[in-house]
Design a protein around this ligand. Structure first.
Ligand code: R7I
Ligand code: MG
Length: 300
């Protein structure tokens, strides 16, 4: 299936923009950061994307090439990208995982060994997956299966997989809803949760769906987490709650997402990937796009 190319590309561009925008908000002076954010003063460019963008580009190119997730090739693709440019602020365990896969070890064994044999529950499988959801948007069962496969290439823990499935389903719903009215926030979050296996991610998605309409971003971040632990449960429900704040206004959603601070490159990457699957980047100010490091031309 390749009908998803244009929509998946929009999602990828939103993801990369969100990653780079969020990363620009890691400021040394937290008080000044609060002031700049309150005044919506953009950080100076250039905004470099990080591992979220790097891995999403690999996954997108993989889909363009194969039309589906092939785990061995995908794991090798992530490892090759890491070897090309390891300085993208990868998660702590990914250095070892990607080096060993790059050296020829099997991804299954390497990923299963992480964290004393639990596998990683980091948010790294969720942060890169929105374009996959957009790609397969006409078939949610396929979205779930393909997201799961894409996650397992690096993250063996079921919570990491649940986080990736949730983000992919959210992006698929956003993409499939193009041109129509967006669902209410509780409806959207409950529809995502319905496709996610029992997990902390799902429990927190349902908690997010139940937050009252006027809940502030700070309050939502307190209740759900905003990625301070870099885990899927601590990141994905909050990010999807933020994506549902203004499903037709990507810049507004990114400004609001940063208010939760936490793992802001990754929460913004998720929000960018999900909303752009619906809206494209047409409403993003030119300056934001000019600040954002370009996506490299497709590699042969
Ligand atoms: O998930 P991962 O790729 O990290 C992605 C994050 C994003 O914010 C990126 O932008 C980048 O900054 O990092 O990398 P992992 O190292 O697998 O997981 C991330 C973190 O989750 C680790 O640093 C651990 O703190 C935590 N973690 C665990 N902690 C205890 N036990 C993951 N799994 C476990 C676990 O089983
Ligand atoms: Mg990152």
């Amino acid at each position: 299936m390749n009908g998803g190319v244009g929509v998946a590309r929009d999602s990828l561009e939103g993801l990369v923009l969100g990653d780079a925008f969020g990363q620009s908000w890691f400021v040394r002076d937290a008080e000044a950061g609060e002031r700049w954010l309150a005044g919506r003063v953009l950080r100076p460019g250039p905004w470099k994307w990080t591992d979220d963008g790097a891995m999403a580009i690999v996954l997108y190119e993989h889909l363009v090439r194969y039309g589906e997730v092939r785990e061995d090739a995908l794991a090798a693709g992530f490892a090759a990208e890491y070897a090309r440019d390891p300085y993208r602020q990868y998660g702590a365990s990914m250095h070892e995982v990607l080096e060993r896969i790059g050296a020829g070890e099997g991804w299954r064994a390497v990923t299963a060994e992480q964290f004393d044999g639990q596998g990683s529950w980091g948010n790294g499988a969720a942060m890169r997956v929105a374009p996959l959801g957009a790609w397969f948007r006409t078939d949610l069962a396929m979205v779930v299966d393909q997201a799961r496969r894409s996650a397992l290439a690096t993250h063996a823990h079921p919570e990491a997989v649940a986080g990736a499935v949730a983000v992919a389903v959210a992006a698929a719903l956003a993409a499939a809803g193009r041109g129509g009215p967006a669902p209410s926030r509780p409806e959207f979050l409950r529809e995502v949760a319905a496709r996610v296996a029992p997990s902390e991610v799902r429990t927190l998605l349902l908690e997010a769906a139940a937050l009252p309409a006027g809940t502030t971003v700070r309050k939502a971040a307190d209740r759900l987490g905003s990625g301070w632990r870099i885990s899927a449960p601590d990141t994905v429900p909050f990010a999807l709650w933020c994506a549902a704040l203004s499903p037709d206004d990507l810049p507004e959603a990114l400004w609001r997402t940063v208010e939760g601070w936490g793992d802001r490159d990754t929460t913004c990457a998720i929000v960018g990937g999900v909303i752009a699957a619906r809206t494209s980047l047409s409403a993003v100010p030119a300056q934001w796009r000019a600040h954002t490091e370009a996506i490299p031309a497709r590699r042969p």
